[in-house]
Design a protein around this ligand. Structure first.
Ligand code: ZN
Length: 254
């Protein structure tokens, strides 16, 4: 069973009545409700900004296979050392799922190495049509050619991410924008999936297809085969039997 942790800033749900009405126990509760019953995961652990070290201690990350991240207005309050710890764990093989405005979070920005906080956006409740564009990708398992969210925050290009390793979904908004809404990246041994839907004033995390994408993303990002990787100056004894073996060995062991 995959061990998942979700970091949620958990600010809007406690301070904005319109958000609290949709997510009375937090966005994480809506996601947890689904993932805990899906059958592939250990009960999801929840960490929030108001916990010491945002709840993301070394011990918690050591026991996390895939970390989900939702943050929006409090990115700067996540201590640098916590963000650096998350990045280190991702490079060591922990999966990372960046949800919605996590594109501007400290760990995601570091992992991208670009100004990934930069994109176009508009909050007018456009309809979002999320198109599958990579049918071979496991994150699209069980999903239709496209699905719609009646209202979502509009995100538009240009989105300042590096070229994704896989472009899995592209979203069209009724205002006319398009956006690379489902993208994967590899960093070290870590697999990263960014998925755009999830603005706090809409009930996006109750949507059946959105939930399926998140579950598929977690399964894809789970890397059970973490390795100890050798790098740096390297001596080797050549396994060659020839008249040149002595010379080769001399060269290789310098
Ligand atoms: Zn938003």
């Amino acid at each position: 069973m995959i061990r998942i942790t979700m970091y949620n800033e958990f600010y809007h749900e406690q301070h904005k009545p319109n958000v609290k009405a949709i997510y009375p126990n937090g966005m994480h509760a809506a996601i947890k409700e689904y993932l805990d019953s899906e059958g592939s995961f250990e009960p999801m652990r929840v960490c929030t900004l108001d916990m010491p070290e945002c709840g993301l201690t070394e011990e918690v990350l050591d026991n996390t296979d895939v970390l989900l991240w939702w943050g929006h207005v409090k990115h700067d309050e996540v201590p640098d050392e916590v963000a650096e710890r998350v990045v280190r764990h991702v490079k060591d093989g922990m999966g990372f799922i960046g949800l919605h405005s996590a594109h501007a979070s400290k760990p995601f920005r570091t992992l991208m190495g670009t100004d990934s906080h930069l994109l176009r956006w508009r909050e007018t409740g456009d309809l979002a049509r999320i198109w599958t564009v990579d049918y071979a990708h496991p994150i699209t398992n069980g999903l239709p050619d496209y699905f719609e969210l009646e209202h979502e925050e509009t995100y538009g290009e240009h989105f300042d991410i590096p070229q994704p390793d896989d472009l899995v979904f592209v979203t069209w908004f009724s205002g006319g924008e398009i956006f690379r809404s489902g993208c994967t990246f590899h960093r070290g041994q870590g697999r990263i999936f960014y998925f755009q839907p999830g603005h706090e004033t809409f009930p996006t995390y109750y949507n059946e297809n959105v939930r399926k994408v998140i579950a598929n993303g977690i399964k894809w990002a789970y890397n059970p085969g973490r390795k100890s990787i050798g790098t740096g100056h390297f001596r080797i004894k050549p396994n060659i039997e020839s008249e040149w073996a002595g010379e080769l060995q001399e060269n290789f062991t310098k």
